[in-house]
Design a protein. Structure first.
Length: 367
């Protein structure tokens, strides 16, 4: 997946769309004057926000600006430091990401959905933090999703923050303050990134990734302010077809009897139990939540705010025949089921409850 704009950026332009206030705040600490005196970077930053909202992109851009060798316009996107960081190859920038151990193997793979930052990564963190910079002014440790770290790792992070080595900067990302040890939060400069508005995401997709206007408009509305999510969908040639198939399956499920609904739940649970489709399952639940939110918007007379702009006729049909209170209860049920599935619950039972709580529609959906 290409996570940064495809076009060549001018010197001094951060590869970040939106979050202007955060870029401006961080950029002030990267100037030559700041580096040589007061106003330089803090020893640690904690970037908070929803998944795929741009936390890692901002952290990477900040690392580029800190290590860029251009005398004034940082990042320049031309020097060796900027190039190496863009390719995840700079010796002074180390990444720590959630991982999942492979079955029957000592190796692990990056897994930002269900993975954990493993205990053995804690020793690597301590070692890397103690090293002096190899090429640049700073040594930067970027820890993605620190809320997925176990206690051992978080305590090692805390010790590093309490006794920060000179010229070492920690960049941490997490969902929110409550997901990280309070003692870590208190020792970091905290920046909370908010969802981007639809025009910003739409413009980024067109200008940065060359999306067609109609496609950019749809994904910008479906993204809920998460540019990273929209870029992922744009890069997947099957995403549009898969979404249409999932919506049609939902509509047919509304007219199905209990037997067919439970068979659908069994299929979903089976796929998850063999480790195939965690992402697909949670993506489907997100799709359903967005759909029922749009039905509520139609019922409230706010159709212009809906996300599924290519399915207006079916949204209107369902809004006309469903009771508003039943839709609200269904959305609450989906949210609870999603929370349960992140923990050790009976997946089949949870999905049975979900499909049996779907409303019944006798008429067929629009083609």
């Amino acid at each position: 997946m290409q996570t940064e704009p495809g076009s060549s950026l001018p010197a001094g332009r951060w590869p970040v769309f939106g979050h202007t206030w955060a870029v401006q705040l961080l950029a002030k600490t990267t100037t030559p004057a700041a580096a040589s005196g007061r106003g330089g970077p803090s020893h640690a930053y904690l970037l908070l926000g929803a998944p795929q909202i741009g936390k890692t992109t901002l952290a990477r851009a900040y690392a580029q600006a800190l290590l860029c060798t251009h005398p004034s316009e940082r990042p320049c996107h031309r020097c060796r430091a900027c190039d190496l960081i863009a390719r995840n190859a700079h010796p002074d920038v180390q990444f720590f990401q959630p991982r999942t151990k492979l079955p029957n193997k000592d190796d692990s793979v990056v897994d930002r959905l269900d993975g954990k930052i493993l205990a053995d990564q804690a020793d690597v963190l301590v070692h890397e933090a103690a090293l002096r910079p190899v090429e640049g002014r700073y040594r930067i440790l970027l820890i993605q999703d620190v809320h997925r770290a176990n206690d051992t790792f978080q305590n090692k992070v805390l010790k590093t923050l309490e006794e920060p080595p000179p010229n070492t900067i920690l960049l941490l990302t997490a969902l929110d303050r409550t997901s990280v040890l309070p003692t870590i939060v208190s020792r970091c400069q905290v920046l909370t990134l908010r969802p981007l508005d639809v025009p910003t995401v739409e413009g980024a997709l067109v200008d940065g990734w060359g999306a067609a206007p109609e496609e950019a408009s749809l994904y910008a509305r479906l993204a809920n302010g998460r540019l990273g999510w929209a870029v992922n969908q744009l890069a997947d040639p099957d995403s549009r077809r898969r979404r249409t198939e999932q919506l049609q399956a939902l509509w047919h499920l509304l007219a199905a009897d209990r037997v067919d609904r439970l068979a659908f739940a069994e299929t979903m649970a089976s796929d998850r139990s063999v480790g195939r489709d965690n992402r697909q399952l949670f993506g489907l639940l997100e799709l359903w939540t967005g759909w029922w939110r749009d039905v509520l918007l139609f019922q409230a007379g706010c159709a212009d705010a809906c996300s599924n702009v290519d399915q207006v006729a079916e949204l209107q049909r369902q809004a006309n025949v469903l009771e508003q209170e039943s839709v609200r209860k269904l959305m609450y049920t989906i949210q609870r089921i999603e929370q349960y599935l992140h923990h050790t619950v009976n997946t089949r039972l949870a999905l049975d409850v979900l499909v049996l709580n779907l409303p019944y529609l006798q008429s067929k959906p629009l083609a």
